[in-house]
Ligand binder design. Structure first.
Ligand SMILES: [Zn+2]
Length: 497
């Protein structure tokens, strides 16, 4: 799942006086407005007609409705954060749309084309799969240079959000840690532990992979999204395999109800290229968007997005609004990572997907390398984002800080401007550490399920146990990250070797 705009809003029906609206009424309206907005954003992201006028109106209502909450209540705390987040979202959504537009148009290389059009920020990952090495380098360098066009928008947006947070005595890092039930010191310790573990392994394996597939050592323009395709380029996975059918079979065997999950698999030109999941209404309307590309990566991301979908559709509808919706990013990413991790088990690939043993082995090997790459990359991204808020980095300091963290975590020198071309770093306040937290928690859960049920992807009992963890929404014990043992993740790596 990618971070979604938080929306809410109110309306003339509600006066801002406390006696006129109960918290329950406020939540009901908040959910209605959120559903309408998420439907509109969904249409935009899957390439269907959408209305910027309607989005504007909903953002305005969101702002008013959030203010109703702030004038009347301080608690629940998660709703207070949501209300402030809604105000920040409404005040900056135009900048977000502008950023999106520039990345699709101006951040481009006219010299090189993809599907007959200049390669842009939104198509260069797909372009990179088949481009010649020197051409890919040229495009990468051009996009890095052009990132300065979007830099003022990114910084302006973050500045507005920081000011709104400060006005309500909130600080992004503090809120993030509270949402994840952990201290900042603990978060930093987890990242440091993973970073120390991943760097030497990555340095060695990256060199091996690079020489195997590219006949040269790693270089700065071999980013994660390029390597993710490269390591699977030789894999011969039968075309008849359909990622959606595979994950549906797993969830059905585990007794999940899939009725509330709809899939959009149409290939529209303006559709967001990566699969994603939108929690339109929890638990009754959850949607997965998917566009077939490269089968190995498609399997990975479809299993991931269906993990999100299974989670959201399992949350009990009897819970209060905030317990259904105020899911921390780490909690949300845990179940998606858990389901993605099924593919890391050779037995699953051979017995269920019916891949030949050799293909299954190579697939797992590639997946593990990418996970290692991701850990090192996310460590650098997380440390940059923590510095951004903690050290109050100025726009001039960001690129150098980012390059230094990449060098420290991944052992490679990359132009520091790259963070502005990433799909999450310039948009989300933090988000990235959640992938690391979720990887550890999912490894821990996966290991426990495996010890108890063996092939847990086949087990109704395992399904029931997972649903017990999903059902309480924000109150799930899975979302308490204070006690994390990264050895679950590192051991898991070891066991697959
Ligand atoms: Zn996700």
């Amino acid at each position: 799942m990618k971070p979604i705009a938080r929306l809410s809003k109110t309306t003339k029906e509600f006066s801002t006086k406390k006696q006129d609206v109960t918290l329950q009424q406020w939540c009901k309206r908040q959910e209605e407005l959120g559903v309408s907005a998420r439907k509109e954003y969904w249409n935009m992201q899957v390439g269907l007609p959408y209305s910027t006028k309607k989005i504007g109106l909903l953002e305005k209502k969101s702002l008013l409705h959030a203010n109703v909450f702030l004038k009347n209540w301080k608690k629940p705390e998660t709703l207070y954060w949501e209300a402030v987040g809604s105000i920040a979202g409404s005040k900056t959504y135009k900048l977000s749309l502008k950023l999106d537009d520039l990345r699709r148009t101006v951040v481009s290389s006219k010299k090189h084309s993809f599907n007959g059009k200049p390669v842009t920020w939104t198509t260069w990952r797909q372009y990179a799969v088949t481009a010649a090495d020197n051409e890919r380098k040229e495009v990468f360098d051009t996009l890095i240079t052009k990132s300065k066009i979007i830099a003022p928008i990114i910084h302006k947006r973050f500045d507005i959000i920081k000011k709104i947070y400060a006005r309500h005595k909130m600080e992004p890092l503090d809120v993030y840690c509270k949402e994840h039930h952990m201290s900042l010191a603990n978060l930093k310790a987890v990242i440091a532990e993973l970073q120390e573990y991943a760097k030497p392994l990555l340095t060695k394996q990256w060199r091996t992979m690079s020489n195997k597939f590219l006949s040269r050592n790693p270089t700065y323009y071999d980013d994660m999204y390029f390597m993710r395709n490269t390591v699977f380029s030789h894999l011969n996975i039968p075309k008849k395999i359909n990622p959606i059918s595979e994950i549906r079979r797993v969830l059905t065997k585990q007794n999940f109800s899939l009725q509330a999950i709809t899939v959009d698999a149409q290939n529209r030109p303006h559709k967001y290229p990566s699969p994603f999941c939108s929690f339109i209404k929890i638990p009754s309307d959850v949607r997965v968007s998917y566009k077939a590309e490269q089968i190995a990566n498609d399997l990975n991301s479809v299993f991931h997005e269906f993990g999100h979908a299974a989670h959201a559709t399992t949350i009990s509808e009897d819970l209060p609004y905030w317990t259904r919706y105020s899911l921390s990013e780490g909690l949300s990413e845990t179940f998606s990572t858990l389901y993605e991790n099924i593919l890391h088990d050779k037995r699953f690939l051979i017995e269920e997907v019916q891949l030949p043993e050799q293909t299954a082995e190579e697939f797992v090997h590639g997946l593990e390398f990418i996970k290692l790459y991701a850990i090192a990359f996310y460590c650098a991204n997380s440390l940059f984002k923590i510095d951004y808020f903690e050290k109050q980095l100025t726009p001039d300091q960001c690129d150098a800080n980012y390059a230094a963290h990449i060098k420290k975590c991944m052992g490679i020198t990359v132009p520091g401007e790259y963070w502005k071309l990433h799909h999450i770093l310039p948009e989300a306040l933090l988000y990235v550490p959640s992938y690391l937290l979720a990887m550890i928690r999912a490894a821990e859960l996966g290991q426990k399920l495996k010890n108890k049920y063996g092939s847990w992807w086949n087990s109704k009992e395992a399904g029931a146990e997972i649903r017990e963890l999903m059902r309480p929404g924000a109150d799930s014990c899975v979302g308490v990250f204070e006690k994390l043992n990264s050895e679950y993740l590192t051991c898991n790596f070891g066991s697959n070797k």
